[in-house]
Design a protein around this ligand. Structure first.
Ligand code: SF4
Length: 258
């Protein structure tokens, strides 16, 4: 999609009156509620999908192909369009976008309080912008923020109320090892089908099942691997090496028994 900036501004202006930026109810947030957290997630269009800005500077070919943008509710055209429109708004009117985001966070905090839950915010649901969560987490020091990121050196962007999990791709092995060496957990996608157990470890690093819930800040900083089952287009990916073959990391005794 190629739009000139005037079209972008007009397009975003038509929508912004009623547009909420944080999504509070989906499969991920429902799991969190059972653990006492009310999560608000901002879903933008990933990488260059919006046509007006790159929201994922370190996206690899494999992760763009398999992005979670194509999983869950992201497969619906209306959801896809809403994510593109939010990105157009950010690109054309950053101040107005931030004002709405602040309103949504205040509303999430109030709603969580009413329900006896703890608010948590994930601003890079399908993007990887460093500045956005750093700015908002400093403005809301009592709110927990968390994200996955492929931007190198995540340990330098961690804050008391901002938790980061590094995210492996087929082309960032050195950054994976750097993050693990600094105690940052690293998320990896495996071809393990839903309902089946993930490997217990990856190259000697303990593996935590990251599909049980999405509240990554509860993992702390252990220098562990967060295993995720392939979702969306990633389930059919056999070419990019973005998705790891789980049987390579299954102990031989368990492989024989299987
Ligand atoms: S960095 Fe994350 S959000 Fe961006 S394209 Fe890759 S998987 Fe999607």
């Amino acid at each position: 999609m190629a739009l000139c900036m005037q079209q972008v501004i007009a397009f975003a202006r038509q929508e912004r009156e009623t547009m909420k930026l944080l999504t509070v109810e989906n499969a991920k947030t429902i799991k969190g509620e059972k653990l006492g957290y009310l999560t608000g997630i901002l879903y933008l269009a990933p990488a260059e999908e919006s046509g007006v800005m790159n929201t994922c500077q370190f996206a690899s070919e494999g992760c763009k192909q398999d992005c979670l943008f194509t999983a869950g509710r992201g497969v619906f055209e209306s959801v896809y369009k809403a994510r593109v429109k939010k990105t157009l708004w950010l690109a054309s009117d950053r101040a107005g976008f931030l004002e709405q985001l602040r309103r949504d966070i205040v509303s999430l905090v109030r709603s969580a309080k009413r329900q006896g839950l703890t608010p948590a915010v994930r601003l890079n649901g399908t993007s990887d912008l460093a500045w956005l969560p750093l700015q908002l987490s400093s403005e809301f020091p009592d709110v927990i923020f968390y994200d996955y990121t492929k931007l190198p050196h995540p340990q330098t962007r961690i804050r008391a109320n901002y938790h980061l999990t590094f995210s492996r791709s087929e082309s960032n092995h050195a950054d994976v090892m750097d993050a693990l060496a600094h105690g940052v957990n690293v998320a990896m996608v495996f071809d393990t089908p839903r309902g089946c157990s993930l490997p217990r470890s990856w190259n000697g690093y303990k593996l935590i099942d990251g599909d049980i819930h999405d509240l990554r800040f509860l993992d702390g900083y252990q220098g562990s691997v967060i295993g995720l089952r392939a979702k969306g287009k990633a389930r059919k990916d056999s070419s990019s090496n973005f998705v790891l073959a789980s049987d390579l990391f299954t102990p031989i005794s368990r492989r024989r028994a299987a």
